[in-house]
Write a protein that binds this ligand. Structure first.
Ligand SMILES: CC(C)(COP(=O)(O)OP(=O)(O)OC[C@H]1O[C@@H](n2cnc3c(N)ncnc32)[C@H](O)[C@@H]1OP(=O)(O)O)[C@@H](O)C(=O)NCCC(=O)NCCS
Length: 178
């Protein structure tokens, strides 16, 4: 852990923290998301509609440094969105967050068999986080990720399976089966 202090994962309260979430999302640039500059006013409705019900702040020394939003929790393959604010990137928080959410999902949700995440091919930090946390690349979507200007990037999907989480093994996909 390269951050000076250990992160705390605290559940986001949709009833009282919508404005804080809007400040957080609109206060940074998210270069690898489809919408890189979030408008504050676009945050409130999704919060009211429950999209952020399973979201956690990543706090360092009492400061909001990031968020983890978990979704599709009823499914056997939930997914997540992870965002660390620019001043806190590159200090180990991304890796700590993925380890934390992986333990949470396999530990507290017995029906979960896999956890999946997709990112843009050039998001090297996120890809490194996946690999360091035991996730394995399962898919490569050529030109599958258009940005706001229409430029199409490749995207890549990673997943971890419960068996690997339990055993520490790495099961690789049977890609060359043709
Ligand atoms: C992607 C993101 C979650 C990674 O979290 P982070 O806290 O910055 O990354 P960490 O400090 O945990 O670094 C994890 C690994 O990636 C490497 N890394 C970090 N930034 C990197 C970069 N820009 N390029 C290449 N590798 C990088 C680190 O060296 C580390 O490798 P190591 O474990 O071998 O030392 C974070 O940068 C972020 O929120 N970015 C903006 C939002 C985003 O892209 N979210 C993901 C959308 S799918």
């Amino acid at each position: 852990m390269r951050s000076d202090s250990l992160p705390v994962f605290r559940r986001f309260d949709p009833d009282s923290e919508g404005a804080a979430l809007a400040d957080f999302l609109a206060g940074d640039v998210w270069p690898f998301h489809a919408i890189s500059q979030v408008d504050r006013s676009d945050v409130y409705r999704p919060v009211e509609e429950g999209l952020y019900d399973n979201t956690y702040w990543i706090e360092v020394d009492g400061e909001r440094a990031g968020i983890v939003r978990l979704f599709d929790l009823d499914d056997d393959t939930p997914m997540f969105d992870l965002r660390i604010s620019a001043p806190h990137r590159g200090k180990g928080l991304g890796r700590a967050a993925v380890q934390w959410l992986t333990d949470l999902l396999f530990g507290e949700y017995p029906h979960v068999e896999r956890i999946e995440g997709t990112t843009r091919q050039d998001n090297l930090a996120m890809r490194r986080v996946f690999r360091r946390c035991g996730y394995v690349k399962e898919a490569h979507y050529r030109r599958g990720w258009p940005d706001a200007s229409g430029h199409r990037y490749d995207s890549v999907s990673y997943a971890i399976i419960r068996h690997d989480w339990q055993t520490g093994e790495t099961t690789v996909p049977d890609f060359h089966d043709e």
